[in-house]
Each structure stands twice: as structure tokens, then as C-alpha cells.
Design a protein around this ligand. Structure first.
Ligand SMILES: O=C(O)[C@H](O)CO
Length: 327
């Protein structure tokens, strides 16, 4: 006899923050799904049976009132690696576990970092606009970029994603520097030819491209501010794929407007999206993508599969493969 499926809450199936059809099918194979909208329409009917909250791109937000209205909840299974949108101690205090999906997001995130770096260095978006607009005249100087091959890349945060960026950069013959709380093994460093910078300032002074890949914590909030930007080369480019709050955006606007640094390429901002009149959106030396680091079909599928694995373990009372525990 088929085991009865446990109930899980999801944002939407389809829609802006919903799951693509294929991903929704994976969830449906294992769980009976209730959409957030349905829950709000009939909380007394749906609330008590929900054991899993699946979060995709932070939706539905795990707000205290929502968590408290789900008495059978066992796990918040969040897609992606960052858990800065979750109050883990509070969730745990309700007897609910938190899981994320590390590992499977790393390749797509590292690929995007390289994409942003290359697009910014070679002004690929400006070039596209000129190529498709018959009214523009191609002035070659305006599309002159900076050389990637042989340049120096500074990676701030050498976890799995940072390391994968280093592996990719090796193919571009870049000199790799990294700054991280803990130093990698000699073997890891040698495999990609990465040099450790104990001091972030040192890395900032020496790099042509600085890629930010740290987790958002109280230590990394505002890590790159006026002082740090002023240490960078005027020809340097800042790439941020971590979280918007790691960079002081006012300081960044100033550095970009004054030419203190050459350019920035950002997959993350604070807030997301930025208000339409935000100065970053009007600067010619900024490239912004709307937090698409993990947005590939393969990665989305792998994320959803991991979310399911964690959720099934929680429902069965087994240890979670990816429980988030605050150190
Ligand atoms: O944290 C992550 O994995 C991505 O930034 C998506 O939120």
C-alpha cells in the first residue's frame, strides 16, 4: 500500500516566486502541496497538517506568525545555500529544523561570477546595445575593455564557490589571490595556483578583479566600504555574487561615480530589486543581474531534489543531510 504523503507548504506553483513545472512535479511526487494563497484562504483547514515549509527564493517568508500557525511543522527546507533570510535560532526554538542545499549551487554560482567578470571587463552589454540599435554609431573607444587573461583576481571568501571560481580563472591564466577566515590546504592552493592574503587590504590593493563570495554574517555586513574601495586600483572591477549588504552601496556609488574604481558587476543588491530611482541603476559602469546565481535548470532541479531529501528525513524523524546549525 502506498504510504500517505506528508503535507508541505510552497509559495506558488508557477508565478513570480513559484516553482517551474518540472520542479513542482518533483515536489508532488513526494508531498501533498498547499500553496501559500490556499493556506491564507483557509488556515484552519491547512495549517495543522503542514509538516514542511519549502522556500524558494525566500518565499514564502518564514515569518514568526506563519511558523506559529503551523503546529505540525518539522522543517523549513530552503533552496540555495544562504540562510541569512532565516532566523534559525527562533525557528529551532519552535522545535523546527532548518535545511539548505549546499554543494549543488556552487557550479552555477561560480559560472555566473565568471560571466559577470567577463561581461564587465569586455563591456559585452554595451556592445550588444550598440550592435542591435541602428541609431547608434559604433565608436570603438567606447567599447574598449580591460584584459582578463593574465590579470589578478582577488577572491574574498574561499569556500566551495570561491574555489570553483579559482578553478575557472586558472583557465584564463589569472593570478589568483584569496582572503578567507581559514587558509586552504597547500594542496588546494597549489591545484589552482592561489596565493593566500591574510589581509583583505593587501588583496584589495593587488587585484584587478575582486570577487565577493562571503556568507552574509554580522562580520561581513559592510565589509566593503569607503576605506576598502579606496584601496582598490582605479582600474579594478568589483564583482559581488554574495549578498548586497556585504558592500556599502552608498560608498560604491561614490567610488563608481568618481572613477575611484573602474566598474562593478552585481548579482546581488540591497534591497532586491533596487528602487527604480536608485543611483546604481543609472551608472554606465555598473552591470546588475537580479540574483540569478543559481538560475539554471540543472541547478534548480538539483536544489529541489535536495530540498525533498531534507524534508523527507525531517518527516521521518531522521537526521537531515543538510541541517543548518549556527556555530
Ligand atoms: O544563497 C544562494 O544559494 C543563492 O544566493 C540563492 O539565494
Amino acid at each position: 500500500m502506498e504510504e500517505e504523503k506528508a503535507w508541505a507548504l510552497v509559495s506558488e506553483l508557477g508565478g513570480d516566486h513559484g516553482y517551474l513545472e518540472e520542479m513542482a512535479d518533483i515536489l508532488k511526487q513526494h508531498f501533498q502541496l498547499v500553496c501559500y494563497r490556499e493556506l491564507l484562504q483557509n488556515p484552519a483547514l491547512h495549517g495543522p497538517k503542514i509538516q514542511v515549509l519549502f522556500m524558494w527564493k525566500y518565499f514564502p517568508a518564514a515569518e514568526p506568525w506563519l511558523l506559529r500557525s503551523l503546529p505540525s511543522l518539522k522543517v523549513v527546507a530552503s533552496g540555495g545555500v544562504g540562510t541569512d533570510h532565516l532566523d534559525v535560532p527562533f525557528i529551532n526554538s519552535l522545535g523546527v529544523k532548518v535545511a539548505n542545499t549546499p554543494g549543488v549551487v556552487s557550479d552555477a554560482s561560480a559560472d555566473l561570477a565568471m560571466g559577470l567578470l567577463l561581461a564587465s571587463a569586455r563591456k559585452i552589454l554595451d556592445a550588444h546595445r550598440i550592435a542591435v540599435d541602428p541609431k547608434t554609431v559604433h565608436i570603438p573607444q567606447s567599447l574598449m575593455g580591460v584584459e582578463v587573461t593574465g590579470s589578478t583576481l582577488g577572491i574574498v571568501g574561499m569556500g566551495e564557490i570561491g574555489y570553483k571560481i579559482a578553478q575557472r580563472s586558472k583557465g584564463f591564466e589569472m593570478k589568483i589571490l584569496y582572503h578567507n577566515r581559514t587558509r586552504r590546504s597547500v594542496g588546494d592552493e597549489q591545484a589552482v595556483g592561489a596565493g593566500y592574503c591574510r589581509s583583505l587590504d593587501d588583496l584589495l590593493r593587488r587585484s584587478d578583479f575582486v570577487v565577493i563570495v562571503v556568507k552574509l554574517t554580522s562580520d561581513t555586513t559592510g565589509l566593503i566600504g569607503h576605506r576598502e574601495l579606496s584601496l582598490m586600483k582605479p582600474t579594478a572591477t568589483l564583482v559581488n555574487i554574495s549578498r548586497g549588504q556585504v558592500v556599502d552601496q552608498d560608498a560604491l556609488v561614490e567610488a563608481l561615480q568618481s572613477g575611484r574604481i573602474r566598474a562593478a558587476a552585481l548579482d546581488v543588491t540591497h534591497p532586491e530589486p533596487l528602487p527604480r530611482d536608485h543611483p546604481l541603476l543609472g551608472l554606465p559602469n555598473v552591470l546588475i543581474t537580479p540574483h540569478i546565481g543559481i538560475s539554471t535548470y540543472d541547478t534548480a532541479r538539483a536544489i529541489v531534489e535536495k530540498m525533498v531529501e531534507n524534508a523527507l528525513a525531517a518527516v521521518k524523524g531522521l537526521p537531515l543531510p543538510n541541517e543548518v546549525k549556527l556555530q
